[in-house]
Design a binder for this molecule. Structure first.
Ligand code: C2E
Ligand code: MG
Ligand code: MG
Ligand code: MG
Length: 285
């Protein structure tokens, strides 16, 4: 009896593993085809200063299927990382971002905007990553300080000496660094002070319940104090309500990103938002 059940259990398990594997293989295939057919698009989410003025944007990749459905990166970035496809995607994002910055630089209203892109560990660890960034900056003739790379704590701490060397080389080009999802990893001041960072980005998990959770308030206060003592800018992500924004301001945060201001959106919609968020800037155009 038991043996029988065990065998059946095993067969069932095999079948499930088989299904998982083929679903994975299928997604991998779809991703490659999507890349070949240029089904990826960059969305832009605004970032604002204490006065609510747009200072820049974060570029967030989307996979737009032929039927128009937009697939979140959370659903394909992990597999793209495992399979190495992230290198192609990452290059493409860098290219698009620099092209966009070039266009913005041609217009007085958008000249000062900073564009942040997310960089995955595999991409950052490429021996020629710095050369790729330099090449893109030079080809598009952009001011390097307008490009910001978002890295995560896990990536940075993985091999700290290599990380410092790579970041220092990139920093010499003039680009900026933001530490994404800050507070979810294990960085200590000891590590942070050795990294040539420009900004800490408070993870949205601390922002979500900020109004009701004193622990989150304490964490945010600590992060802002850390940023201050390291002379780093600080920005909060996932800001959805005025109450959150108000508390963040009281805790000393002075840059914000979230649905309260703008959703990640395709370029034309983002440009319209810009015109509204920075009326003064547009008036000079
Ligand atoms: P992330 O870099 O931490 O990006 C922030 C995520 O929070 C984005 O999700 C954004 O749409 C979402 N978000 C922004 N404001 C709010 C808000 O007010 N409320 C809530 N609930 N969410 C908000 P998204 O676009 O799905 O991206 C997920 C993650 O995928 C990103 O997290 C980033 O780690 C990764 N990713 C996105 N684009 C790229 C890319 O081009 N390259 C790489 N390597 N990773 C990317
Ligand atoms: Mg990010
Ligand atoms: Mg983040
Ligand atoms: Mg995140």
């Amino acid at each position: 009896q038991a043996k029988q059940a065990g065998r059946n259990g095993m067969r069932f398990f095999d079948q499930r593993m088989q299904d998982t594997l083929s679903a994975r293989a299928q997604l991998e295939n779809e991703l490659r085809t999507a890349f070949d057919h240029q089904q990826f698009e960059l969305y832009y989410q605004g970032q604002v200063d204490a006065d609510g003025r747009a200072t820049g944007a974060e570029a967030l990749i989307r996979w737009i299927k032929p039927d128009g459905a937009s697939i979140s990166p959370a659903q394909f970035i992990p597999l793209a990382e495992e399979t190495g496809l992230i290198l192609l995607l990452g290059d493409w994002v860098l290219e698009q971002a620099c092209r966009q910055l070039r266009d913005w630089q041609h217009d007085a209203a958008t000249r000062e905007l900073v564009l942040s892109i997310n960089v995955s560990a595999k991409q950052f660890r490429q021996p020629d990553f710095c050369a790729r960034v330099r090449s893109a900056i030079e080809r598009y003739g952009i001011v390097p300080a307008r490009l910001k790379l978002e890295l995560t704590e896990g990536l940075l701490l993985d091999n700290i000496e290599d990380t410092i060397a790579s970041m220092t080389a990139l920093k010499a080009l003039g680009i900026k660094f933001s530490l994404d999802d800050f507070g979810t990893g294990y960085s200590s001041l000891q590590y942070l002070k050795r990294l040539p960072l420009d900004q800490l980005k408070i993870d949205q998990s601390f922002v979500r319940d900020l109004a009701s959770d004193p622990n989150d308030q304490a964490i945010v206060l600590t992060i802002i104090a850390m940023a201050r003592s390291l002379r780093l800018d600080v920005i909060a992500e996932g800001v959805e309500t005025q109450a959150q924004r108000q508390l963040l301001a009281e805790l000393g945060c002075d840059a914000y990103q979230g649905y309260l201001y703008s959703r990640p959106q395709p370029l034309p919609a983002f440009q319209s938002w810009l015109a509204e968020a920075s009326p003064a800037a547009t008036a000079c155009a």
